[in-house]
Each structure stands twice: as structure tokens, then as C-alpha cells.
Design a protein around this ligand. Sequence first.
Ligand code: MF3
Ligand code: CO
Ligand code: CO
Length: 268
Amino acid sequence: MNYEELVKKYTALGIPTPTKKMIKTEEQIEGIRQAGIINTKVLDYVEANIHAGMSTEDIDALVSKKTKELGGICAPLNYEGFPKSVCTSINDAVCHGIPDSHTILKNGDIINVDCTTIYQGYYADASRMFMIGKVDPIAKRLVEVSKECLDLAVKSLKPFSRLRDIGYVIEQHAKANGFSVVHEIGGHGVGLEFHEDPFIYHYGKKNTGMVLFPGMVFTIEPMINEGSRQVYLDASNNWTIYTDDGGWSSQFEYTVLITETGVQILAH
Ligand code: MF3
Ligand code: CO
Ligand code: CO
């Protein structure tokens, strides 16, 4: 069935469908795949070099240098005024931490490094957690569970499954482990722009939401909190999100593609 026939079929069933723009062409998918390969190499490079005693600005320099070396562009830099090339979010920072020279990684920190690469106009977006030295057992468990949430969500994906199943799987696993899911920030379509539709919920009811067609490319990036899911925006920089209760927060992010037969991870 082509796009129009599929829309007709699902509309008749009362199920929301993706817009045509959400379905990437083969050529676009190849471009995003190349951006993803670079983005993964950049995160691998961070993983090999991150250590206690370095500043988050040092991480920014690593990301900027490696991305350029591989022919890419760091999407965060100047994105809606964001001042750096990567997001670095430590401990109770949920996301959108801004690298700086006086924030020094120390033993026991957990940090999310979120890289987005533009290559020949195509975007890929992924993030990983790193544990610095010896980490509190609860923080370590949180990091593991947040990764499991993402991997379980990816495993559950199938062509023509429903968008809210993603969040259902994530929320179930987080809650089963005594953790909570941030609601305010979600995954997103990605590829031709940094943030595209649809919004990808990390919580919710199964068997609801849009049907996922082959050719859709989006991120899944659940933010899992140790305590309350409530968060606030740092008013001093208007970017960084923190947990309300000061508890740990952890996040991994992939860029994924829905295929005719399953799912491919384009950036991790
Ligand atoms: N990479 C983040 C995401 O996963 C977005 C960061 S926007 C920035 O969607 F401007 F802070 F870089
Ligand atoms: Co993202
Ligand atoms: Co990201």
C-alpha cells in the first residue's frame, strides 16, 4: 500500500496518521544515516576521553573538534540562541546543560552528553550517560534503568504500531523500578530539521496515538528521575532543566527509523 492508501485505511479505523512530511525518502534516510554515523563517532570519542577533573567546556571542545574533523556541524551551537556545541547535564540537571569552564567533573557525578550532528543538511541526535568514578548505587541503578527504558521502547517498535506505545513501555519500566518519567520534554521527529513533528511522549496509554509508518525518523529520549517527575527551568540561562526535588536524573537518546519490517537505530 502506498502512503495515500494507508492514510485512507487508518483514517477509516479512526486512527491518526502521520503527515506526508513525516515520511522520509530513501535519499533523506541515507543522509540522516550518514549524520548518525558521525554523531555516533563523536559520542564514542567523548566516551573514550571523559574523565574526572575535566570541565564541561572541555567536553564541548572535544565534540566540536571531532565533529569538524568528520565533516559535520554541531547543531546545538546558536540553535535558538544556545551558546555551545553540545548539552552537558550533570546529576540533578535533566537536560540542556550548558558547558562552561568552571563546571568540573568529579568522582560520583553522572552526566548526560547530548550531541546532534548536521551532515550535508541532515540531522541526527543522540545522547549517552557517563558515570564518573564511583557512583552512588541509586544513581547507577537510575542510569541503567533509563537505558533499559529506551531499549525496551525500541524493541517494542514495529511498523504500524502506535506512537503512545513508546511512552507506555518507558513509563511501565521506570515506575516498576520506583522511578518517574519527565513529561514536559519529549522526543521528536528529526532529519531535515533539528526538531520536527511528531512529539514523542515518554509516558501514556498503550494502543493510542498516531500509527507509525515506515520511513518515519524520530528520537526517543526518556528523562527518568530518581524522585519526583517535576522539573523547573533555570531562570538564569533559560535553558537548563533541573529536577524540582534535587534528585538524580538520567537520559539516553537514539535516533530511530521505522522500516517496512522493524526498526533501525540511526544514532546512539
Ligand atoms: N539535543 C536536544 C534534544 O535531544 C536538544 C538540544 S537543543 C539545544 O532534542 F539547543 F540545547 F542544543
Ligand atoms: Co532530541
Ligand atoms: Co539530543
